[in-house]
Ligand binder design. Structure first.
Ligand code: ARG
Length: 478
């Protein structure tokens, strides 16, 4: 029996090495559902257009139903000789239903077929990732809601800068992930467009109804308008939707990686700000006291591979002339690994931060544990309220630059007494500036400092609470 889709012309078989080198079935079989979905939409349209018979269409449906069952039950025999997922499924279809199977490929090429499959598969993965991203945001928002009045030092240059609410700090990540969600929605629009009908590269001679196929596959915009790739050369060779997705994924991982870095710092003995549950840590084979933050460290590490995949895809595309080239087969493994890595990372972070969800009640428990005393003690070291003292003087009429200089002297004095600004006696403070009065201690307190930053987007508890409510409304019904 003929084992290749083009064998008549060839005078010698492929060597085993070349077969293995060119085959993709051992990774692209992952696209089988999209491949069947795309084939059924194509065949339905061929029948509706009178290009194949109603009987052919019925046979194709029957054959595909059996193939689906075989793949799901693990019975399907994937063959390296048949190169890829497309030829494997088509060959089995023909084995099962005869000529109808051979008619399926009418007006179609593997070039528009594979482009369609990857888009369908990725569209559904984008939806799954968007949901996971929303769950992570919701977990962060709920931890934030419990810690609005917990104060830690905010850093610049990793030097103590000004006190901030721990909730405010967590909500900074929620903002990043919210933008990531927007980016995914944007990528989804450009992913959800139909290449089928472009055939190998130039279009096809059959009277295909491309819009019908697009509607069947849900490749429509918000108004239900079918979304079609409108240049056949571009349709079969474009992978920029995959590159864009990888860029969005890399950025999500970069955000996770920054959070990881903070979690790792915060749980080191020198900070002692938080604990993560034991199930996210590992011990040491030599040092009995150790609990290592393996999960955030691995997330930080895995960011490298996702960023690497983006570089891989960009490089894959840069030298390709129009239209389809086999290079594009190399788009799949980086894309698959990006999706797997990202989904696992988002799931594990949601559990690690928010706790695991009880399926019965929907409540999460066992997430991040916060040591508020350690955070506040750290905020009291390092003169985090020095800016507040300068602002206090400015409000009494002192020009900001002079106030800045005055406070620098006060910080120097407090440093040499090894105490906080708020621990300097009033008489000492007045020695730095006569306008200083007893009410200065209100602004020198951590809580006073927070309260005072009541601008939109600032760390004052009222502002933070308002942001929590905004995020809750945005993330409902999670
Ligand atoms: N396995 C191929 C890919 O992933 C399918 C398309 C092959 N088309 C071709 N003309 N060789 O890109």
């Amino acid at each position: 029996a003929k084992s290749q889709a083009w064998s008549a012309l060839f005078s010698e078989p492929m060597s085993e090495l070349v077969k293995r080198y060119t085959a993709s079935v051992f990774f692209d079989r992952r696209l089988w559902q999209a491949d069947i979905q795309g084939s059924l939409a194509h065949a339905e349209m061929l029948a509706a257009q009178g290009i194949i018979s109603a009987q052919d269409w019925a046979d194709i449906q029957r054959g595909m139903a059996q193939i689906r069952a075989e793949i799901e039950s693990g019975q399907f025999e994937w063959k390296l000789d048949l190169e890829d997922v497309h030829l494997n499924i088509e060959a089995r279809l023909t084995q099962l239903v005869g000529d109808a199977g051979k008619r399926l490929h009418t007006g179609r090429s593997r070039n528009d077929q594979v482009a369609t499959d990857v888009r369908l598969w990725l569209r559904d993965e984008i939806d799954a990732i968007a949901t996971l991203l929303r769950e992570l945001q919701a977990a962060l928002v709920e931890v934030a809601a419990r810690h609005v009045d917990v104060i830690l030092p905010g850093f610049t240059h990793l030097q103590v800068a000004q006190p901030v609410s721990f909730a405010h700090h967590l909500l900074a990540y929620v903002e990043m992930f919210a933008r990531d969600e927007e980016r995914l929605a944007d990528v989804r629009r450009r992913t959800n467009r139909l290449p089928l009908g472009s055939a190998a590269l130039a279009g096809t001679t059959y009277p295909l109804d491309r819009a019908r196929v697009a509607r069947t596959l849900g490749m429509v915009d918000e108004r239900g308008e079918p979304q079609l790739c409108l240049n056949s050369l571009d349709a079969v060779s474009d992978r920029d939707f995959a590159i864009e997705f990888s860029a969005a994924a890399a950025l999500i991982m970069v955000h996770v990686s920054r959070l990881s870095e903070e979690l790792i710092l915060w749980m080191s003995q020198n900070f002692g700000f938080i604990r993560i549950a034991d199930r996210f840590t590992t011990g040491s084979s030599i040092m009995p006291q150790k609990k290592n933050p393996d999960v955030p460290e691995l997330a930080r590490g895995k960011t490298g591979r996702v960023v690497g995949h983006l570089m891989g895809l960009l490089t894959l595309m840069k030298g390709q002339p129009l239209a389809y080239n086999k290079d594009n087969q190399e788009d799949k493994e980086p894309l698959f690994d990006t999706v797997d890595t990202l989904k696992d990372t988002l799931r594990i972070f949601t559990d690690m931060i928010g706790g695991e969800r009880d399926p019965a009640t929907g409540q999460r428990s066992g997430g991040l544990t916060v040591n508020r005393e350690a955070m506040e003690a750290a905020a009291r070291r390092g003169y985090a309220t020095a800016t507040d003292l300068a602002d206090y003087l400015v409000k009494k009429g002192v020009p900001f630059r002079d106030a800045h200089e005055t406070v620098a002297h006060a910080v120097k004095a407090a440093t040499s007494h090894a105490c906080d600004l708020s621990e300097l006696p009033l008489a000492v403070l007045q020695g730095f500036h006569p306008l200083i009065e007893k009410d200065v201690y209100d602004v020198l307190s951590l809580r006073g400092s927070l309260q005072a930053r009541n601008t939109l987007g600032g760390t004052a508890p009222a502002q933070v609470q308002a942001q929590i409510e905004r995020h809750r409304a945005r993330l409902a019904p999670l």
